[in-house]
Design a protein around this ligand. Structure first.
Ligand SMILES: Nc1ncnc2c1ncn2[C@@H]1O[C@H](COP(=O)(O)OP(=O)(O)OP(=O)(O)O)[C@@H](O)[C@H]1O
Ligand SMILES: [Mg+2]
Length: 581
């Protein structure tokens, strides 16, 4: 295809070159053919005899010179005009009556030769297309025709079929007259047959084409080139086919087969395909060797990788075992730490309580007894003096403060009073009833409503009634303190069962402030209090806890910030210890 295209381009360029040359050649032929008419017009107008004839109009002279000139110069008509454009003489050799005057308006003569001395144009007359040439008439001495024209001389040549046939013969083509130009189109190109087409306009007096001369010339060279290029194309194709048929088997054997084997081996990863190929001395042999080497190295790498992976797995297993052990140790350590902390806090608590106990026995003798005497005398004094007495307030203060101190000492003494811990079978409802008579006064002053919900038929518990009373008093005091603006204090007794064991439960509930989360863990510590200085010892709940533990019971607390607190004291229902023992 490419070859054909190139050949075609070459042929087209050559065609255009040859066409240009042919046109130049054609123009030259036409100039040559037309030169006789041109000479006729020029030669007869640069002549004293002609100037003279303009004056005489000597017909004989005209017949002898002009009429004979027609045949000599291959012309068909001639006209002689004066400088005023009137006809002096006319003649034609085609027996035409219509050629007495110039076929174009003779008045044009003056304007026609205003700036030039010659004219050349075509005009259609009934007999056909006539070529007309004209010239101004001057004396022989005026070589350059500079003087005023004495007259005008026109000659005409009819372009007959014979004339056209003559041109065709001379140009080795075919020449046809037509109103349309047919040869000057690029598509009018016939390379295959070696035919060249072009058109020549034949201009009229006004410069516009009167008719066209359509030329068709056969070029032997184009024909020759054409067939030569065809031969070249065929040779190229034959050569290509030869190369294809000779080279293909060679390429198959030397390139395609080894490539195929290499591709198969690369795709499948199987080097057996290229085992033989590696002996090959070509580049394919080298490639085969490289692929085999690559596979060997790959296998080694894979093996090393497997070994490494196995080692990693073993080490990971070891590490995870160690990790587990470490985790276990950490858990154990944490457990031991927490146990240690608990033990420490219990030890601290019992240390504190033991210190309290020791202090208690000293206090009992050295402070409480004299304080009780002070309190007694102060009370007598207060009864004796009236309220109007100026010392009344001072004595009342002594009574109150000594009383508060006695209560405080009672609390402390409760930890050491070992002798007063005898237990007996106690009816809880009776203990609650007795205790609440002591609390009632405080509830009234504090605007607290006291409610009791005591279950009927409760089993008795083996306990120390005074200590149980201390529990209830402390819990009720705390509940009242938690409701500074008043509220409801409810004391209940219920029989319950827990983990298969029977308990009697004392409940003390308030709708006061509740116990904040951050102090929950500390409320049973001795001396922990949130109350203002002089208002709380922080021993109330510590004592409650001590007593409950001594009775092998439990404490359960439910509290909610701003809504209140419920203390549950669970006391086991069991036989007297002496009987158990
Ligand atoms: N029902 C309750 N509502 C809200 N807070 C309470 C209640 N009971 C105890 N608390 C909190 O627990 C703390 C410790 O109580 P605890 O009875 O041991 O000491 P105290 O009441 O402060 O002093 P004391 O009992 O010697 O007068 C209290 O200061 C209080 O903050
Ligand atoms: Mg208290």
């Amino acid at each position: 295809m490419y070859l054909k295209h190139t050949q075609q381009m070459k042929a087209e360029n050559l065609y255009e070159e040859i066409k240009k040359e042919k046109i130049i050649f054609f123009d030259k032929i036409m100039a040559l053919k037309g030169s006789s008419l041109e000479n006729f017009a020029k030669d007869y107008t640069f002549w004293d005899d002609m100037v003279f004839f303009l004056k005489t109009g000597d017909k004989k002279w005209a017949e002898e010179n002009i009429d004979t000139g027609l045949a000599t110069f291959n012309a068909h008509a001639a006209w002689v005009y004066t400088s005023e454009s009137s006809v002096v003489y006319y003649v034609n050799n085609i027996d035409a009556d219509n050629l007495g005057y110039m076929p174009v308006d003779s008045t044009l003569c003056e304007s026609l030769f205003k700036e030039k001395r010659f004219c050349h144009f075509f005009h259609i007359i009934p007999q056909g297309l006539m070529e007309i040439r004209g010239a101004t008439i001057h004396p022989t001495s005026d070589v350059e025709r500079k003087t005023e024209p004495r007259g005008f001389f026109f000659v005409g040549r009819l372009w007959t079929n014979a004339y056209l046939a003559d041109i065709s013969k001379l140009t080795n083509g075919s020449v046809v007259l037509s109103d349309r130009q047919e040869g000057n189109f690029p598509q009018r190109r016939d390379i295959a047959n070696g035919l060249i087409y072009f058109s020549k306009p034949l201009e009229g007096l006004d410069g516009k084409p009167e008719q066209y001369l359509n030329v068709k010339i056969k070029s032997a060279i184009i024909n020759e080139i054409n067939s030569a290029s065809n031969r070249q194309l065929i040779s190229a194709i034959v050569l290509e086919l030869l190369i294809f048929f000779i080279l293909t088997p060679y390429l198959l054997a030397v390139v395609s087969r080894p490539l195929n084997l290499i591709s198969k081996s690369l795709k499948s990863g199987d080097v057996s395909f290229i085992k033989d190929l590696q002996k090959n001395t070509t580049e394919f042999g080298t490639i085969a060797q490289l692929i085999i080497k690559f596979h060997e190295q790959n296998a080694e790498l894979a093996e090393a990788h497997d070994r490494l992976e196995l080692k990693v797995r073993e080490r990971t297993a070891e590490l995870s075992e160690t990790n587990k052990m470490l985790e276990h140790e950490i858990v154990e350590h944490k457990k031991a730490e927490s146990e240690k902390e608990q033990l420490w806090s219990r030890l601290m608590q019992s240390e504190k309580l033991a210190a309290l106990g020791q202090m208690g026995s000293i206090i009992a003798h050295e402070i409480r007894n004299p304080l009780t005497v002070i309190y007694g005398f102060a009370q007598c004094l207060l009864q004796d003096i009236g309220k109007d007495n100026t010392k009344y307030e001072a004595v009342r203060s002594i009574v109150e403060e000594s009383n508060r101190s006695i209560i405080f000492l009672r609390q402390i003494l409760s930890f050491s009073r070992k002798g007063n811990t005898e237990k007996e079978m106690v009816n809880i409802n009776d203990v609650i009833g007795n205790t609440l008579t002591l609390i009632k006064a405080k509830t009234k002053v504090s605007f607290v409503t006291l409610l009791t919900e005591l279950s009927v038929g409760l089993p008795s518990v083996f306990a120390n009634a005074t200590q149980l009373q201390q529990i209830i008093i402390n819990l009720c005091n705390n509940a009242i303190d938690a409701m500074p603006k008043g509220g409801v204090l409810c004391v209940r007794s219920v029989a319950i069962e827990k983990n298969g064991a029977a308990f009697v439960e004392i409940q003390v509930q308030d709708n006061g402030s509740g116990i904040p989360d951050e102090i929950r863990a500390k409320i049973f510590e001795p001396f922990f209090t949130t109350k203002e200085d002089g208002h709380g010892t922080g021993l109330g709940l510590a004592l409650v806890n001590e007593i409950v533990q001594k009775h092998r019971g439990f404490i359960d607390i439910k509290t909610e910030h701003g809504k209140g607190t419920l203390f549950k004291i669970l006391l086991p229902v069991n036989e007297p210890e002496s009987i158990l023992q």
